[in-house]
Design a binder for this molecule. Structure first.
Ligand SMILES: Cc1cc2nc3c(=O)[nH]c(=O)nc-3n(C[C@H](O)[C@H](O)[C@H](O)COP(=O)(O)OP(=O)(O)OC[C@H]3O[C@@H](n4cnc5c(N)ncnc54)[C@H](O)[C@@H]3O)c2cc1C
Length: 357
């Protein structure tokens, strides 16, 4: 029996991919998708895959407006994007998984004793025989702790939902120069999800951002979520145990988006039960993307607000270059680097950008 710990997207999609096996999914909450810790922004390509299981689209997104404290530019990339309703997506995925697997809600994985998985289900302690464990239990994974996996670095995220005067409901807004990562506003029906991501306490950043956004933020905060974003892939296979999703750091290091990388990992489950091969194929597919993505995340830490003001000014003059960029594949930036290095005139910024090479 394969025990999947966690009924979020990584757990449910794994259960669907392993439908020809005897699978049990345990989810500690009474439903999936709660609390929602996601802005729901994914590429069209990612949505096409997820749409097979859930019609969870809220908005189509054609581009982004990038802001620095004193500048802005609207850009459109190579692929479109979609905002999805994560609560609905997670619920539909778990429902689909339950067609193939035994799903136990309100059941928490506690650890392993004498070769059996120990669970607490509806208040009762139970033991379960298993052949494999898949830890899809999120950023603070118990499976990772129990089996002594390495942990990814963790950034903090804070997200509010409120009424917001969006520039357009098909444009996301990305704010640079407020934290050592970035902040965002994602249109969501007549609301927006406004979020900050930082390696430090995100609360002061959120206050600063909201002050800067001023009257565009309307009314009160309707929902507030604190979350965490794992940055950096870890070695995710040990013997008969595998991590997938946030537990393994399967997140784009430069955006914090996890759904695309989960789909990529689930695709590799076709090699199950050869877990080493699953890992090898995943790494082969995404090695360059992690490498470039991690460098971009490092760059966020070194650029100052005035550097962003300058770079966004440069992007205003050369916005067409963005058409070459794929939001899921940061390696698409590489072929633009020589050109960018020619366009950027400030030596200090050039030195920082050249770290991408
Ligand atoms: C603020 C924020 C915004 C984000 N925005 C985006 C975005 O716009 N686009 C995008 O692609 N990604 C986004 N992400 C990332 C994305 O939400 C995650 O990558 C994704 O949810 C990871 O899925 P998962 O299944 O690995 O983990 P989770 O979604 O965390 O699911 C883990 C599940 O395991 C369960 N669980 C945990 N421990 C146990 C246990 N011991 N026993 C049983 N069950 C357990 C939990 O209850 C949960 O249901 C965002 C993240 C944050 C924090």
């Amino acid at each position: 029996m394969i025990l999947i710990v966690g009924g979020g997207p990584a757990g449910s999609l794994s259960a669907i991919a392993l439908k020809n096996y005897d699978v049990t999914v345990v989810e500690e909450h009474s439903s999936a998708g709660f609390p929602v810790q996601c802005a729901g922004l994914i590429s069209e390509r990612c949505y096409r895959e997820l749409k097979k299981f859930s019609d969870c689209k809220v908005n189509d997104i054609r581009g982004a407006v990038f802001f620095s404290p004193n500048n802005s530019v609207e850009l459109e990339g190579k692929v479109g994007a979609v905002v999805v309703e994560r609560k609905l997506l997670d619920r539909d995925l778990l429902a689909k998984a339950s067609e193939y697997a035994n799903v136990m809600i309100k059941t928490k994985f506690l650890g392993v004793e004498k070769g059996k998985a120990v669970l607490r289900s509806m208040g009762k302690k139970i033991e379960l025989d298993y052949d494999y464990i898949i830890g899809a239990d999120g950023v603070y994974s118990t499976v990772s702790n129990v089996f002594n996996f390495k942990k990814p670095e963790v950034y903090s995220a804070l997200q509010i939902t409120c009424r917001f005067e969006c520039i357009s409901d098909d444009l996301v807004e990305i704010y640079f120069g407020f934290s050592d990562y970035f902040c965002y506003a994602i249109p969501f029906d007549e609301f927006a999800k406004i979020g900050v991501i930082s390696s430090q306490n995100p609360m002061p950043v959120m206050r600063r951002l909201l002050r800067w956004l001023g009257k565009r933020v309307k009314g009160s905060v309707l929902e507030l979520n604190a979350g965490a974003i794992p940055i950096g892939l870890v070695d995710f296979v040990k013997d008969r145990v595998m991590l997938i999703g946030d537990s393994a750091g399967m997140v784009k290091p430069y955006t914090g988006g996890g759904l695309y990388y989960i789909l990529k990992a689930v695709e590799k489950l076709k090699h199950f039960p050869n877990l080493k091969k699953v890992q090898k194929e995943y790494v082969k597919d995404l090695r360059i993307e992690y490498k470039v993505g991690t460098k971009i995340a490092k760059l966020y830490r070194t650029l100052e607000p005035e550097d962003y003001d300058y770079l966004i000014g440069v992007a205003r003059e050369h916005g067409d270059l963005a058409r070459e960029l794929d939001m899921d594949r940061p390696s698409t930036l590489l072929k633009l680097i020589p050109l960018i290095l020619k366009i950027v005139k400030r030596r200090k910024i050039l030195m920082k950008l050249s770290s991408l090479l």
